[in-house]
Write a protein that binds this ligand. Sequence first.
Ligand SMILES: Cc1cc2nc3c(=O)[nH]c(=O)nc-3n(C[C@H](O)[C@H](O)[C@H](O)COP(=O)(O)OP(=O)(O)OC[C@H]3O[C@@H](n4cnc5c(N)ncnc54)[C@H](O)[C@@H]3O)c2cc1C
Ligand code: FES
Length: 439
Amino acid sequence: MLESLGRINNPLIRSVATAATVCSVVTLSTAIVIGVTNPKDKSAYQLGVYSSIFGAAAGAILGLVYTSKSSETTSTPDIEVSDSDVWQNWRNFVVVRKVKESEEITSFYLQPEDKGEIPNFQPGQFLTIKLDIPGQNKPVIRTYSLSDYSKTCEYYRLSIKRELAPNGLDVMPGIASNFMHDHINKGAIIPAKPPNGKFVLDVQKSTPAVLISNGVGITPMISMAKASTRLNPQRPIWFLHGARDSDFHAFQDEVMEIAQQNHNLNVHIRYSRPKPEDTGKYHSVGYVDAALIQELNIQEAEYFLCGSSPFIQSITEGLKAAGVPNNKVFFESFGKPMKSESEKSTQTVTQGEEFAEIVFAKSGKTLTWQPSDGTILEFAEANDINPPFSCRVGVCGTCMCKVQEGEVAYQEEPSATTDQGSVLICISQPGSSKLILDI
Ligand SMILES: Cc1cc2nc3c(=O)[nH]c(=O)nc-3n(C[C@H](O)[C@H](O)[C@H](O)COP(=O)(O)OP(=O)(O)OC[C@H]3O[C@@H](n4cnc5c(N)ncnc54)[C@H](O)[C@@H]3O)c2cc1C
Ligand code: FES
C-alpha cells in the first residue's frame, strides 16, 4: 500500500491520500476494538475519535516524508547511484535473457549472481566484462554500452554486434563478440565491473538533444532516449539513426514505442540500401550525414554521436562547418580498428621522439622503446607482456597501470578517469628517458 502511495508525485495529494488511508485504518481498528470490548463505554468512543485524528495527522506527515524521499530519486539533476550498491572490481552476473535484435546484434540481460541490488547508471555509460574464451591465453576484456534504461534498475542490458573479419583481410573474426553470440546463453556467468564512462546525457538539462548513430552505435542512444523521455519528458530529443535495411536495424519497435509515448522524441531513420518490403520502416534513403541534420533545422542543440569512426568524423566535421561549437558535440567511438602487422611496422608516432628505457616491473623486463614501437601497450604486447585492455582508445580505463618512476606522454586526451599516479598505456608513450611501470 505504501508503495502505491509512494507513486503519487504531487506532494499535497500524496499527503491527503496517506492521511485518509491511515485515518481509515485507525478508525476501523478502534471500531473493532470497541465492538469487541465495551460498546456502551463513552470513553471508548472518545478513544476512537482521538485515534482517528491522530491517525490522519500521522498519515499526512508520512505522506510528506514519502514525497521528499521519492522526489530525491526521480528529479535530482544526476541519476542517483547509491554508493552501497557499487561494487569494486569484478562481480559475477548471470545472463537471464538473450534476445536477437537484428541480423548482427544480440542483447544479453544480466542480473547479479548474488541477487543483490545493482546501481543505476548515467545514460550512455558502459559495462566492462571479462570472458574466459577457450584458446585465449588470458581473459578477454571488452567494453559494452548499457543499452536500456529504467528508473528501477533491475538488470543491465548489453547489445553486442557480431564482428566479422574485415573484408579482404585474412584475420580472425572478433573474439569476444562471436563468443558471446555463439556460446553465451541463458544461465552463463559473466564477471563485470561497475558502470563507467563519461559519454553521458545530463537528463535534467532542457537544451534540445540530438542523438545520432549508425549501426551498433545505437546502444547508448537507446538508454539516453529512454532516460530523457522518462525523467525529463519536456526536453526535445531527436533520434537520428542509420542502418543498411530493416534486417540490420535493431530496436525499431522499441524506439517507435518510446516515440509514441513521448511526443518530444522525434525519430528519423535513414536506410542506405532499403529492400522493397522496407517501405514505411524508414524516413529517407542514404547515410546519416551533416546535411540531414541541417535539414531538420534544430536550433541551439547538443549533439551526441556514436558509431563507426568515419561516421563520427564526417558528422563532427559537418557540424563544425555549420558553426556548431565544439563544446556542444559529444561522441564515442567503439574503438579504433586493430592494426595489421604491416601497418604496425610502417606506423610513425609523432610525439616523444626520444628513445626510452621502460622497466616492466612485474614482468621483470627492461626494454628500450623507440617511436616506431607505438604506444606502451603495443610495445608491451610486441614483447610478450600482455596487460589487460579493452577499447585501446583511452575510454574504458582497463589498461590503467601505476607508474613507479618517470612520466608518460599522451597521444590523445584520455576520456577515462585515471587514479592518482596511474596512466593509460593504450594511448601513451614514454615522456621521460626512464619509465618504471607496475606491469
Ligand atoms: C565505450 C565502448 C562501448 C562499446 N559498446 C559496444 C556496444 O554497445 N556494442 C558492441 O557490439 N560493441 C561495443 N563496443 C565495442 C566492443 O568493446 C568490442 O570492441 C567489439 O565487440 C569487438 O570485440 P571483439 O573481441 O569481438 O573483436 P576483436 O577480436 O577485438 O577484433 C576486432 C576486429 O578486428 C579484426 N581483426 C582481428 N585481428 C586483426 C588484425 N590482425 N588486423 C586487422 N583486423 C583484425 C576482427 O576481425 C574484428 O573485426 C564498445 C566499445 C567501447 C570502447
Ligand atoms: S584499453 Fe581502454 S583505456 Fe586503455
